[in-house]
Design a protein around this ligand. Structure first.
Ligand code: AMP
Ligand code: MG
Length: 404
């Protein structure tokens, strides 16, 4: 028996904390340089440091006229030059103003911009400013957003459209990222058949494999398809042995205490197995261990349990191995649109939607029903030992928080 094997139920926070420390003891540290086009979903290996000021020079926030406010006596001003975005202005002629457009550099000597809606141009092309002017108005100063040398993004940031846009704004064409984790997905069970093949008696289609492979790819993992493990010890052992070069073996099913749960047996014999009984529903049995030194995370086989345990535990674990600090999904307090009268021993994660600003669970919360999650927009958390009446608040985690 290893430390995690214990009779009581393990609170999800404790399981997560253990997984975080396991992840931190096995970081994936290799770094590669990738083009921005290939960096979506990857994790920054080094801070992103600004190599220039943003904006690189003071520029106009409006289409209008640039002037030196101290030179303005309330009289109309001549227009001495026209500055478009992308052009290089001459220094401002004293006593004059410059026609200027949004994003165009301010000429040396100018410090203020008035928008074109607030001026009148007279018959000889001079500009009368109708409104009081404030020093610096409508000017975006050099370095207002970022200064050379600023740490714009810390190492461990997951890159998405915004971060990549930011890197592009700083002129970076490539970024240093952690290499992709190699994750093997294995499904266990004699009853499983891949879609496209006919179903024999007693068989069901393998849903977890596609669910996990697609999800892992979105997470930036390189997925190794470990196929289906038959409920047979020799085959299980052989299949696991072939996965010696991955960072994680992620399995579903076959880890409870059933007689056909050979994954557990293989791990006990040739590695290590910690069987956790999590205080969550769905998703009670979860295992962590290793097979010949390769970490193994065993998720429960029912698809809704796979979803919940991957989203709440395996996903944070993988991200932490890549050095991501903020790995937990954001949840929001929302009012219940239902009543919960029987307090449970385990924390329930209901596949639920928001309707009229209230949390409404899918009617069938059985852990085998993946359709509940397709209908749902999020996972609503009913705490162990608690009851709810309509309007009470509970935590709602949007699926979008965990699916990428
Ligand atoms: P197990 O943990 O192997 O006893 O599996 C628990 C339940 O999940 C059983 O009803 C299995 O048939 C089902 N199950 C296991 N793996 C999968 C899978 N990959 N796709 C769909 N259902 C599965
Ligand atoms: Mg099974």
């Amino acid at each position: 028996m290893s430390a995690g094997d214990r009779p009581g139920l393990l609170p999800v926070e404790e399981a997560l904390a253990k997984l975080m420390s396991l992840a931190e003891s096995a970081p994936i540290t290799e770094v590669e340089r990738v083009a921005l086009a290939d960096a979506d979903g990857r994790v920054l290996a080094a801070p992103l440091i600004a190599g220039l000021d943003l904006p690189p020079w003071a520029n106009s926030a409006m289409d209008g006229y640039a002037l030196c406010l101290a030179e303005w006596r309330g009289e109309p001003m001549a227009v001495s030059q026209r500055i478009q975005a992308g052009s290089a202005p001459k220094p401002l002629q004293p006593g004059s103003c410059a026609r200027i457009f949004t994003g165009a550099p301010l000429p040396a000597g100018a410090d203020t911009v008035e928008m074109q809606e607030n001026v009148e141009v007279d018959g000889v092309g001079r500009v009368r400013f109708r409104e009081p002017l404030k020093l610096g108005q409508n000017v975006r100063p050099q370095g207002q957003e970022t200064r050379v040398g600023d740490h714009v993004l810390p190492a461990g940031t997951r890159l998405g459209p915004i971060e990549l846009g930011l890197a592009a704004s700083l002129g970076m064409a490539e970024l240093q990222v952690r290499r992709r984790p190699r994750v093997a997905v294995v499904s266990t069970g004699d009853e499983l058949v891949e879609p496209g093949l006919p179903l024999g008696p007693g068989q069901i289609y393998n849903s977890n494999r596609r669910l996990l492979i697609t999800w892992l790819q979105r997470l930036g993992c390189a997925v190794v398809d470990g196929g289906i493990l038959a409920d047979d010890l020799a085959q299980t052992r052989a299949a696991l042995s072939a996965l010696s070069d991955v960072d994680l073996i992620l399995s579903t099913g076959g880890v409870s205490v059933g007689e056909a749960d050979f994954l557990g047996v293989a791990l006990r014999e040739e590695g290590e197995l910690t069987l956790w009984k999590l205080a969550i529903k769905p998703g009670k049995p979860l295992t962590f261990g290793q097979f010949r030194g390769v970490p193994v995370l065993g998720l429960p086989g029912n698809p809704a349990s796979t979803l919940v345990t991957f989203g709440l535990l395996a996903r944070p674990y993988l991200l932490r191995r890549l050095g991501v600090q903020r790995v937990e999904p954001l949840g929001f307090a929302m009012p219940a649109g239902f009543t919960w009268s029987k307090p449970g021993k385990r924390r329930e994660y209901l596949r639920a939607r928001l309707e009229g600003g209230r949390v409404v669970p899918y009617p069938n919360q059985s852990s085998g029903v993946l359709r509940s999650a397709a209908w749902a927009e999020g996972i609503a958390e009913v705490l162990e030992g608690s009851t709810l009446v309509e309007g009470d608040s509970l935590r709602f985690i949007p699926l979008s928080e965990i699916l990428g």
